[in-house]
Ligand binder design. Structure first.
Ligand SMILES: [Fe+2]
Ligand SMILES: [Fe+2]
Length: 372
């Protein structure tokens, strides 16, 4: 970790090479940086007084916040697409007109699905707006991904025709979170792997929203799309559930830690809801492509590993096998967490069609966060 600070223009200033300027802001930064030099006290700047700007942050804290802001922008983009077609459109989450048939297929999983989708979407926008505004309040640069909003929208009735950051029409959904949170012995932080709940979803590329109105029939094709969305919701939110505690371990400023510890658990609240709803996805085979959703309560599934009612995390190995099992978020290993999150979203197919510049930009943010 370095003692660098980020100035109002976004340029980094090393504590040993403070620029000789005479602005009030630079003097504040100089005082903070000198006070921190050799003692690592930047992290102890404390919470900002009401109405006053937050003190400048260490470079690593800024990098972590910037990666999280980008992740939240990506989440907002995908949730917005779900909300346009399957959620509720109001002042809180405007945009889109809804696809009645898709909304009803989602409601097979729970009649309140449209409300949950709406609320999850609103939360993601609040996360990215807050983190970006917080960055600005410290004199750091916010994250803007607008130049990468180039992917096509669904052509189905109800979707807006605007450029998107994420692609929900060719997903390869990793559903191993299902068995990971049911295991009483294994933990991904020990290198353990977990079987997927829906093996087919790991093998092909499937839409989680109707691509056009032609996807609204036959009935089991549309239900397979809604089921895919149901499992994808859990996949996305379990990622956030791990990412915040993973990155929080390397934050230095107590207020930045508070930001991460206050947002992260809301991702877990989302995950818990979606984990429960995915279990209601009806077993079926899509007649157009063979995608099969198994009955998770019947052999060869069922039992402790698959039973749909077992949505609370089972206690499992944590830190070392000599300690007792503990009910925990998993994984929480901090090394390489941002790059792992980016890889997981990429493997999910969310960025199919994105430009090399997008991957370069996201990779840069992730590497900087992992270097904190
Ligand atoms: Fe979020
Ligand atoms: Fe989220």
């Amino acid at each position: 970790m370095s003692n660098d600070v980020q100035c109002a223009s976004g340029a980094e200033i090393s504590c040993g090479e403070i620029r000789s300027t005479t602005t009030r802001r630079s003097l504040v930064l100089r005082g903070l940086a000198l006070g921190a030099a050799g003692s690592g006290l930047l992290a102890k700047a404390g919470p900002a007084l009401a109405g006053s700007p937050t003190p400048a942050l260490a470079t690593g804290d800024v990098a972590i916040l910037r990666f999280l802001a980008a992740a939240e922008i990506l989440e907002s983009d995908l949730w917005q697409q779900y909300n346009e077609l399957g959620g509720i459109h109001d002042r809180e989450v405007p945009g889109g007109g809804g696809s009645r048939a898709y909304t009803e297929a989602l409601q097979v999983l729970d009649e309140e699905m449209d409300q949950y989708i709406h609320d999850n979407t609103e939360d993601e926008f609040s996360h990215f707006n807050f983190i970006n505004a917080y960055l600005v309040s410290t004199g750091a640069d916010p994250v803007n991904l607008d130049q990468f909003r180039t992917l096509p929208s669904s052509r189905a009735h109800g979707a807006r025709q605007v450029g998107r950051l994420t692609n929900l029409m060719q997903l390869t959904v990793d559903t191993s979170y299902w068995t990971r949170y049911r295991s009483r012995t294994n933990n991904p932080d020990f290198g353990d792997a977990f079987p997927p709940a829906v093996p087919d979803l790991s093998k092909g590329r499937f839409p989680a929203i109707p691509r056009t109105d032609a996807d609204l029939s036959p009935k089991n094709h549309l239900q397979a799309i809604a089921n895919t969305a149901g499992f994808h919701f859990g996949f996305i939110e379990q990622g956030g559930t791990s990412l915040y505690p993973q990155l929080a371990q390397r934050v230095r400023n107590p207020e930045v830690l508070r930001v991460l510890l206050s947002i992260g658990p809301t991702e877990a609240m989302h995950f818990q809801i979606w984990h429960d709803k995915a279990g209601n996805a009806p077993p079926l085979t899509d007649p157009t492509n063979g995608l099969t959703f198994p009955d998770l309560n019947a052999p060869p599934f069922g039992g402790e590993d698959f039973e749909t009612s077992l949505v609370m995390p089972e206690p499992t190995a944590f830190l070392t096998s000599s300690l007792p099992a503990c009910s925990i978020v998993r994984p929480t290993e901090t090394r390489g967490a941002a790059m792992a999150a980016l890889k997981s979203l990429t493997d999910d197919g969310l960025f199919i069609g994105q430009s090399p510049a997008f991957f370069a930009f996201m990779g840069q943010l992730a590497r900087a966060a992992d270097a904190a």
